[in-house]
Design a binder for this molecule. Structure first.
Ligand SMILES: C[S@@+](CC[C@H](N)C(=O)[O-])C[C@H]1O[C@@H](n2cnc3c(N)ncnc32)[C@H](O)[C@@H]1O
Length: 288
């Protein structure tokens, strides 16, 4: 299995140096890339994952490393941190960590609808059993103005207005059924208007849909707000974000609460060896 390669792993371990007996809460377990390092340093790790497939992958991986002793996996969403801590009676962590976004398998695998090449799905839910709204529903039923709003607010798409029109026009001819079909309509529109884009033309629209389907901004705000009461006094929170919208929320929160903080970026070597790290920003803050 090709596991997701953890971003800024060494930097995270330098910022928070895990010790035996310390409690770490990993809000985004993924394939346990970071959590394995925490466990190797004998910390106790409680780890949350919204996607049942990734939770199973991580659990098997940790079992294969014989590191299950101090590991407590939880299927759930970090939007519900407060409730999870109360109902599960979890201890206050020394370090609360989140590595936002998606793992590489989620981005590339058919069935999730996140990949431009997914001709089987336009879903984008992390947990279909717990969430009802899909990207397919958004592009086939939301009106032009609602589409325009998410394309600009979540992804600053420069062609938000005409693309919202184009999507509504195309769906009247044939409803969108998969990601490939949507990516093609967006690419064709860019080409027709002779617009160039460094990334795939559908990158921002797909990002906006993903954020809307999974309430990513609201969830992050909830995590930040609850971190102040969940984490031990003097403890640390560390968040890795991958786009400016997310990082802006973290930065604003730190400024609003006047928290002592640090910002870290991947170095040139990491950007070369692990290209997804190029857009990563890691911020830490201390709980007063
Ligand atoms: C970038 S990956 C984490 C990778 C992990 N640090 C590793 O090294 O393997 C992000 C993970 O967080 C999960 N996730 C995203 N939003 C979540 C949320 N609101 N609650 C819980 N898990 C979430 C995704 O399903 C994905 O598995």
């Amino acid at each position: 299995m090709n596991y997701h390669f953890p971003v800024l792993s060494t930097t995270v371990l330098k910022a928070f140096d895990p010790q035996a007996g310390q409690i770490i809460f990993d809000c985004t377990l993924g394939h346990a890339g970071h959590t394995l390092e925490f466990l190797r340093r004998q910390a106790t790790v409680y780890a949350l994952e919204a996607d049942p497939n990734n939770l199973a992958i991580a659990l098997n991986r940790i079992k294969s490393h014989k590191l299950t002793k101090n590991f407590h996996p939880i299927l759930g969403n970090f939007a519900n941190l407060k409730t999870i801590f109360t109902t599960e009676k979890l201890p206050q962590p020394d370090f609360l960590f989140a590595d936002l976004g998606l793992s590489l398998n989620q981005q590339s695998q058919s069935g999730y609808g996140f990949s431009f090449h997914d001709d089987a799905s336009l879903d984008m839910r992390l947990n279909p059993k717990k969430q009802s709204l899909t990207a397919e529903e958004i592009v086939n039923t939301w009106d032009r103005d609602q589409l325009y709003q998410i394309f600009t607010k979540y992804a600053q798409e420069k062609l938000a207005r005409p693309l919202a029109y184009e999507i509504v026009k195309k769906r009247q001819q044939q409803p969108f059924k998969n990601a490939t079909q949507l990516a093609q309509v967006i690419s064709d529109y860019y080409q027709k208007k002779h617009y160039r884009s460094r990334l795939h033309p559908a990158t921002k629209i797909f990002l906006a849909l993903r954020i809307a389907v999974n309430h990513e901004f609201e969830n992050l705000e909830s995590l930040l707000n609850h971190s102040l009461t969940i984490v031990k006094k003097g403890g640390m929170v560390g968040i890795i974000s991958f786009h400016s919208g997310e990082d802006r929320l973290v930065k604003k929160f730190i400024l609003k609460h006047k928290l002592s903080s640090q910002k870290y970026l991947p170095d040139h070597q990491e950007c070369l060896s692990n290209p997804p790290s190029r857009s990563a920003v890691f911020r830490t803050y201390l709980i007063p």
